[in-house]
Design a protein around this ligand. Structure first.
Ligand code: ARG
Ligand code: GLU
Length: 721
């Protein structure tokens, strides 16, 4: 080794320490900003123009807005990689008890076996331009919020129309970023024929299920492969057997070298929502009202559905997707509550708001702009809390497809007798008949026993509403006699309604649809009585919600503008809240310390999969996999430890919607796929805490190893291995 002087070593140490801190992992950057991020110094080894360069070839072209998450092209033949849980809806839709593709997974032996992924489209960004200047050109300082919105909407329409005239192959829209403080014109290419290529068994793709969800050490093979198909002329046509695989200009190549601790990584994806530039009033509403309520109601729904499905595979399949979705938020929200408290976030937000208010209080121009924003935000959330009990009751009752059907039917009966010009749009002219036809078909998909149980719970809870808020029919039936959450008369009435309501039979519906609204209430039973009672307050609360929504929009725009200006003046470089538009985030492979004396390493291995194997429920290791472990058949996929890496941690800044985002190394090569965050990081949606900000990815080696072990070798070939 070359000898170095002590001072040179000190200098090197200093650089190492400085660079460690200079590059925080926070930030979901709009891709047009990445040129300002000093990525070379952070560790990127390819030119930024190879990452994002709209209209030209670049990594961004391979990134797909797909289902509820993100996906990416990984071959010249339109092969798409995404998460198991992102493709899950498509699998659940084709699964039955005999062909249980959920449990077994699905492998298309040939291209013709690739099954349609119903309801899935993939969209990639081909055009991206900041148009804030043009949009704001006619907005003036003294405008009311309504005038401002009207002016912006006109500009949006003009810009989008113009863009379409220039290029009709793309779908253009304007993304309002940072609560309408900046605007991007985005042109998407859309692919509408997506098919399933390979989905691993549930016991791999969802290993650890809800117990391990949002947790690390993790051992989940949360990946799957789809393929994009287009018409012969290359256009994004709907599913058609004549369609051919799409050939993207850019696709991601799998890295030859596996990632190591401290390596630079980056990802691109479509994060959904963050709330980092929201007020203390908002966070306190979340912490005290919305999150606890969501945890309660989700717990209840999961419990009822799981009990109903016990011992009945067909029912379990029917509920699988719904339960998974509810359970995901259920656990996320619990993490958020703990995280908000840990960060003492409400106080620190208030503190920041005080500093902000002080910063403008002596400047008359700023004062006239921002004065009152904080107070009004406070009032809005106080008002929401006052309406919470009623609006939650209504939404719980309408969660039942039967009750929501009754409300639609009742509305139709009211509208049909009105003169044409006084009807709401969807009841005018021929539309009226269309509404009638669809009502004859009855309520949407529901399972009686589950619906009944949840409806009963909601009705009993509603008995604690104040006299003005009360749902009158429930109150009358129970005569106010509720004994500790139990209302026998109400229960009898609801059970009876579910067993004999005319709404639930074709003849009953056919008769009701000819009646007047009043007759229908008299003859239609409980659901229609409740519909009539809730309608007025529903409309009322809907109007209130709309009013609050638009007021909140104005306040939030000003608040974000103000807080961001303050922080920028303090030298911070800021990125906007997530809004499901394309974002870039970078970080490093790194473990974390969730609790005192607990230090978590960044990589997990197959050994850990085996350690968790109980052979039951959420932790069943398929036999093929345990055999491979026993025989040490790891192919080319073991790392230097001799075992196959499974999942790993990096400190990128991600949120829901980033699932399926490709994790890339310094050279832009694929090393894994993002699928989760650690539990302590769920509150990072409100405020990024670098100590806990860790996203979880499936290691590319595990993906390849699973493909090999389960016979999906064509996929490996197609990936170029
Ligand atoms: N927590 C991950 C995300 O938010 C994975 C969700 C799917 N997995 C599950 N067990 N529900 O979406
Ligand atoms: N699993 C999440 C998704 O579907 C990502 C987890 C998160 O970071 O919130 O997008």
């Amino acid at each position: 080794m070359v000898k170095r002087s002590v001072s040179a070593i000190f200098a090197l140490l200093f650089i190492a320490v400085a660079s460690h801190y200079a590059f925080t992992d926070e930030g979901q950057w709009t891709p047009d900003r990445i040129g300002q991020l000093n990525l070379r110094q952070a560790g990127l080894r390819i030119p930024v123009s190879q990452v994002f360069n709209p209209g030209e070839a670049g990594v961004h072209e391979a990134i797909l807005l797909l289902g509820g998450g993100t996906g990416e092209f990984v071959s010249a033949d339109g092969l798409i990689m995404t998460n198991h849980h992102v493709a899950f809806g498509a699998v659940a839709r084709i699964a039955t008890a005999e062909n249980d593709y959920i449990t077994d997974g699905y492998l298309a032996e040939t291209r013709t076996d690739e099954i349609q992924a119903h309801g899935y489209t993939a969209r990639m960004v081909q055009y991206y331009q900041d148009v804030t200047g043009r949009i704001m050109a006619d907005v003036e300082d003294g405008m009311t919020w309504e005038e401002r919105q009207r002016t912006i909407n006109t500009a949006v329409r003009n810009i989008v129309t113009e863009a379409r005239e220039r290029d009709d192959s793309l779908e253009f829209s304007i993304s309002a970023i940072s609560y309408g403080n900046t605007f991007k014109l985005i042109g998407f290419q859309t692919i509408r024929d997506i098919r399933i290529v390979y989905v691993p068994p549930f016991a791999v793709g969802n290993f650890g299920s809800e117990t391990d969800n949002w947790m690390f050490p993790r051992h989940t093979g949360d990946f799957s492969f789809l393929r994009a198909y287009v018409a012969l002329d290359g256009s994004g046509a709907a599913y058609n057997t004549e369609n051919v695989p799409y050939h993207p200009r850019t696709w991601l190549k799998v890295a030859r070298d596996a990632p190591a601790e401290d390596d630079f990584v980056f990802l691109l994806g479509f994060p959904g929502t963050t709330m980092r530039y929201r007020s203390s009033a908002y966070v306190s509403y979340e912490r005290e009202s919305r999150l606890p309520y969501e945890i309660m109601i989700r717990g209840e729904r999961i419990g009822v559905m799981e009990r109903a499905g016990e011992g009945d595979r067909e029912l379990q399949i029917r509920f699988a997707e719904t339960i998974k979705g509810i359970a995901n938020g259920y656990k996320n929200y619990q993490g958020k509550v703990i995280g908000i408290d840990r960060m003492d976030l409400i106080s620190s937000k208030r503190h920041e708001e005080q500093i902000w208010a002080d910063s403008w209080s002596i400047d008359p121009r700023l004062k006239s702009r921002y004065d009152g924003v904080l107070q009004e935000l406070g009032e809005i959330y106080r008002g929401m809390r006052e309406r919470d009990a009623l609006s939650r009751t209504i939404s719980e009752l309408l969660y039942s497809p039967v009750q929501s059907y009754a409300l639609n039917l009742y509305e139709y009966l009211l509208q049909k007798t009105l003169p044409e010009n006084r009807r709401a749009n969807r009841y005018r002219g021929e539309s009226l008949d269309r509404v009638r036809d669809s009502l004859l078909g009855g309520p949407g998909d529901y399972y009686g026993p589950v619906d009944e149980e949840l409806y009963l719970n909601a009705a009993v809870r509603s008995l604690t509403l104040t006299r003005e808020d009360a749902i009158a029919p429930f109150r009358i039936i129970s005569l106010g006699k509720e004994i500790q959450g139990y209302a026998p008369a109400l229960e009898r009435a609801i059970r009876e309604a579910y067993s004999s309501s005319p709404l639930l039979h074709p003849e009953g519906r056919a008769a009701l649809i000819e009646m007047s609204a009043q007759e229908a209430i008299d003859r239609g039973g409980l659901f229609l009585e409740v519909a009539a009672d809730m309608r007025e307050r529903y409309l009322e609360s809907d109007a209130a919600r709309q009013f609050t929504g638009s007021k909140l929009g104005r306040l939030q725009q000003l608040y974000a503008e103000g807080i961001m200006t303050l922080r920028e003046s303090q030298g911070e470089m800021l990125y906007p809240d997530a809004n499901r538009s394309l974002r870039f985030s970078y970080g490093y492979v790194r473990g974390y310390e969730p609790r005192d004396a607990v230090s978590i390493e960044p990589f997990t291995h197959l050994k850990g999969v085996m350690e968790k194997d109980t052979g039951k429920g959420e932790f069943i290791v398929p036999e093929i996999l345990s055999n491979a472990w026993r025989e040490r058949e790891f192919g080319r996929w073991a790392d230097s430890s001799g075992d196959v890496p499974v999942n790993f941690l990096t400190n990128c800044d991600t949120t829901g919607g980033n699932s399926g985002s490709p994790l890339m190394n310094a050279r832009g090569e694929l090393i894994g796929i993002n699928f989760d965050r650690v539990w302590e990081a769920t509150a990072n949606d409100y405020n990024f805490d670098p100590e806990f900000g860790r996203n979880i990815s499936v290691h590319m080696h595990y993906i390849l190893f699973i493909c090999e072990t389960f016979g999906a070798t064509d996929v490996i070939d197609e990936l170029g291995f």
